[in-house]
Design a protein around this ligand. Sequence first.
Ligand SMILES: Nc1ncnc2c1ncn2[C@@H]1O[C@H](COP(=O)(O)OP(=O)(O)OP(=O)(O)O)[C@@H](O)[C@H]1O
Ligand SMILES: [Mg+2]
Length: 388
Amino acid sequence: MSRLQAEHLYKVFGRRPDEAVTRLESGADRDELRADGTTAAVIDASFTVEPGQIFVVMGLSGSGKSTLLRMLNGLLEPTAGRVLFDGEDVTSLSPRDLRAVRSSRISMVFQHFALFPHRSVLENAGYGLEVQGVPREERTRRAAEALELVGLAGWEDSWPDELSGGMQQRVGLARALATDADLLLMDESFSALDPLIRRDMQDQLLELQKRLKKTIVFITHDLNEAMRLGDAIAVMRDGRIVQLGTAEDILVTPANDYVASFTQDVDRSRVLTAGAIMADKETAYGTTTDGGDEIRGADDVLAAAPATVSEDTPIIELFTPCAGSTTPVAVTDDEGELVGVVPRTRLLAVLGEPMPAPAAPAAEIPAQTGTGAATRTAADGGKAVASA
Ligand SMILES: Nc1ncnc2c1ncn2[C@@H]1O[C@H](COP(=O)(O)OP(=O)(O)OP(=O)(O)O)[C@@H](O)[C@H]1O
Ligand SMILES: [Mg+2]
C-alpha cells in the first residue's frame, strides 16, 4: 500500500469554491477564475508516495506547493479530492483524530523553523513529544537521540541564539525526527541556508534517510536540490502538476518549455546516468569496432567496448572512454550481463538540448483521412525521433 495518496486534489480560495472546481474540471485555468476574485491554488493534483520515498514538489513561487503540502496533513481542507495516508482518508477524519495523526505520525519542518528562544536546544528538540504528552524522561532521551542523529550531540544545553542558522534548522529536523513520525513534510526547509550548508543538509538528509527510511515530501524551488533528493519529482505550475517523474525524466524529456526552463542550469553530466540514456544493446549489433571487426552479439560488445559501466554511473564518467573510441560503452547489470550500450552520438545528444518526447508511431495516430494533418504530425514525429 502506498504511504500517501493524493486523488484529484483541489484547493480554491475565495467565493463559491465548488463552482470554481466545476469550471476547472471543464478546462478553465487560474487566470479565468482570478478575474472573479477566486484563487485556484491547487488544481487536480494526483500522485502516490511509497514508503521510504523522497517525493519532491517543485515550482515557482505561488505555484501552489505549500497549499498542496498543507492539505496532505489536513491543515487545510481540500475543496475537492481526497488524501489517503496509509489507506486512511485524512479528509474524512474527525478534528480530534486528525490532531492525533498530525501530532504523532506526520511531522512538518518549515523554512524558518521557529525555535523557542527561552528553551534549551534539548527542550526545543523535544517539543513535539511534549505536545504528544510523552513523559519528561522519555522525552529527554528521544530528543537527545534525535539531536545526535542530526549531528548536534553536545549542544543539548545551549540556547537557540548560540546556534548558527544551519544548526537551528537541524534542531527543527531533530524535532521532527524525535516524534518518530513516518511521514515528514518539509517546506523549503533548506532554502534559507547558505549554499554550502544547504548542500551539507541535503547530504545529511540522504544519509539519515538510508537509516531511518521515512517517507518524505520535500518542497523546493531549486531543481538541483530536487534532483539530489527526489526519488520522484512533481513540477507544479499555476496550481497544476505539469510533470511527474524522476530527475532523468525531467531532464531528458521535459513535458513543456516551463519545465525545460528549470533544467537549463542543471549539470546534466552529473545527474544523468548511463542507465537513463543507454540504447538497446541490439543497436550495436551489426556495427563494426574501431579495429574493423563486426559486432555480432553481447560478447563482442563487451570485448570491444572502451569501458564497461553500471547503470547508475553518472555520464560524466563516460566522456573519456567515448572520446577515444567509436565503439559504444557497455552497460552491465549486477551480474555482469550486458543491458545496453551508450554510443558517442547518444552521449552528445543528451548533453545538448532536451530531447523531444518520443513521438507515437504513425500507426497509433488516429487516421484522419482527407485532412492531411495526421500525415504531417507523423512525419514530424518521425523526424524528431531520428534526430534524437
Ligand atoms: N489562505 C489563502 N487565501 C487566499 N489565497 C491563498 C491562500 N494561501 C495561498 N493562497 C494563494 O494560492 C496560491 C498558491 O500559494 P502557495 O503558498 O501554495 O504557493 P507556493 O508554491 O508555496 O509559493 P512559495 O514558493 O512562494 O512559497 C498563491 O496565489 C497564493 O496567493
Ligand atoms: Mg510555499
